[in-house]
Design a protein around this ligand. Structure first.
Ligand SMILES: Cc1cc2nc3c(=O)[nH]c(=O)nc-3n(C[C@H](O)[C@H](O)[C@H](O)COP(=O)(O)O)c2cc1C
Length: 478
């Protein structure tokens, strides 16, 4: 589903509302959007944004119904099923197995992105002096933001060594009509490519896609390992390959169905004092130097729509993106750490403050093994607090979390403190991006873990009594 098809579909279903009243991109859209999101309301197409003739679309991922529409599925299960070919590839043992494995690989290969010659995103091409960001309805989200920020971009760069493309979602503060700051955190895909380009004393080519298939927008936010293609993930999730075109002025490929593409480069050492920006932590992130994106060309389709999002005090729309990642990546995490039964990253923990995990505990120290494995796994390395529970705990229920956390731990014995990388948005650590981490073992303790007492049995009603009361229930007059 590309953005235009989705707009038509949602309009028919009544889950998209066109707003023709004039509104300001400065603060007003955030306030309207925030209220609509909280009521699980429609996607909003602002057709009369002051200062711009281009409509702005927001609240794209605001409800699960719209998320399933984006992927063309009816449920989370249906979407998850599309990833199973990835997980079922095992070393083949016999001829038949080999044939099956090849068949699966062929299936996956059919979902790789396809380059086509022409795409709607290049119906109009603006060069150099015609480039002017002020014509787009870029929002100022919060009162003390440093300016206008492009908040839902898909930023495309190429690894100067391997030649592989990366797509990441990094906000961009508008500096003037043809420059933005590029807020990629240290060691994210774009930052890694920039570092490698600097080592080769080269500028880094960048394309910024605004409004491609929302499946690709999601994929750009997903914590994929380096060199795994976001376009392949989107293709797998959509069950059809994404079509791409070559950019006009940089050696990069972008989704052909995109609305707007900014093309340009980032110089080796240039920086701009980016921020403050009201972030998804609910606080303003402070001003810091980030690279400068020089825009040398803009390509667009005939009637482009500008996509946006506002983050802030949770929950807002980005929570659904994070929860989608939690569910889609759980099978992959289980593949790497088979002890894991389930994982919950609570929205209020902003996806880096708390990780609750349940395991089928079988041996001493297993909870610590799981914590360490998670801390070693990609972006999970920034998790601040990991709590491990037994498999009978429903870790998605806050009451159960508190009940078992309170009942099962001896803080002197079951808490481990360490140092490590933290999310750079964490404002509590003494250093930015580095500080303390806590692991809590809330599982039932074993003798070999120094527990000399007998772990009590849970008081649960026996089956016979439950069945007997079921059978007389209607006669009790309750
Ligand atoms: C709405 C939204 C805004 C985001 N903004 C940023 C950002 O400004 N900088 C950043 O490094 N990550 C940001 N992220 C997270 C990254 O997109 C995410 O970590 C992604 O996996 C990065 O891809 P990469 O590993 O290819 O760099 C944002 C995510 C969302 C959903």
């Amino acid at each position: 589903m590309d953005l235009r098809n989705l707009i038509s579909l949602w309009e028919k279903k009544g889950t998209l509302k066109r707003i023709t009243q004039p509104v300001s991109p400065d603060l007003e859209i955030t306030e309207i959007y925030r209220r609509v999101f909280r009521e699980k309301g429609p996607a909003l197409l602002f057709e009369n944004v002051e200062g711009s003739r281009i409509p702005l679309l927001i609240n794209i991922f605001g409800t699960w119904e719209r998320v399933w529409d984006i992927f063309g599925v009816a449920s989370q299960q249906e979407l998850l099923a599309r990833l199973t070919p990835l997980l079922n590839i095992e070393p083949p043992s016999g001829f038949l197995d080999k044939a099956r494995a090849l068949w699966k690989l062929k299936d996956i290969a059919g979902l790789l992105p396809r380059t086509i010659k022409k795409g709607p995103c290049q119906q109009h091409v603006l060069h150099e002096t015609d480039v002017d960001l002020s014509v787009y309805p870029v929002m100022t989200c919060w009162p003390d933001d440093a300016g206008r920020f492009i908040t839902l971009p898909v930023v495309v760069t190429k690894d100067p060594v391997s030649g592989k493309q990366n797509m990441g979602m990094y906000r961009m503060q508008v500096i003037d009509k043809n420059h933005t700051a590029m807020h990629w955190h240290p060691s994210k895909g774009g930052d890694t490519h920039h570092r490698k380009a600097r080592e080769q004393q080269k500028r880094l080519e960048v394309a910024c896609v605004l409004g491609c298939e929302p499946a690709v927008i999601y994929a750009a936010s997903a914590p994929l390992p380096p060199d795994i293609s976001e376009l392949l993930l989107a293709g797998l999730l959509l069950d059809r390959p994404i079509e791409t075109v070559k950019c006009k002025t940089v050696d990069l490929e972008v989704p052909a169905n995109s609305q707007i593409v900014l093309e340009g480069y980032i110089d080796e050492d240039e920086s701009f004092p980016e921020g403050p920006f009201g972030d998804h932590t609910g606080y303003y992130t402070p001003q810091r130097p980030f690279p400068v994106f020089h825009i040398q060309a803009i390509t667009m389709n005939d009637n482009p729509v500008y996509p946006s999002i506002a983050v802030g005090w949770p929950p807002l729309e980005d929570i659904l993106l994070g929860k989608l990642t939690e569910r889609l990546f759980l099978p992959l995490m289980k593949f790497v750490v088979p002890d894991i039964i389930d994982i919950d990253l609570p929205a209020a923990g902003l996806f880096h403050n708390f990780v609750f995990v349940s395991i089928d505990k079988r041996y001493p120290g297993q909870a610590y093994k799981v914590m360490d494995s998670l801390w070693g796994l990609g972006q999970m390395s920034t998790a601040k607090v990991i709590v491990v529970f037994d498999s009978n705990v429903n870790i998605h229920n806050p009451d159960e979390i508190l009940f078992h956390l309170g009942s099962n731990i001896d803080p002197l014995r079951d808490v481990t403190l360490k140092k490590g990388p933290l999310d750079i948005l964490d404002h509590a650590s003494s250093e930015e991006g580095f500080g303390g981490k806590m692991g809590i073992d809330a599982t039932r303790k074993l003798k070999e873990e120094g527990y000399g007492r007998i772990w009590p049995q849970q008081a649960v009603m026996d089956e016979k009594t439950v069945r007997r009361i079921d059978s007389i229930w209607n006669q009790l007059g309750l």
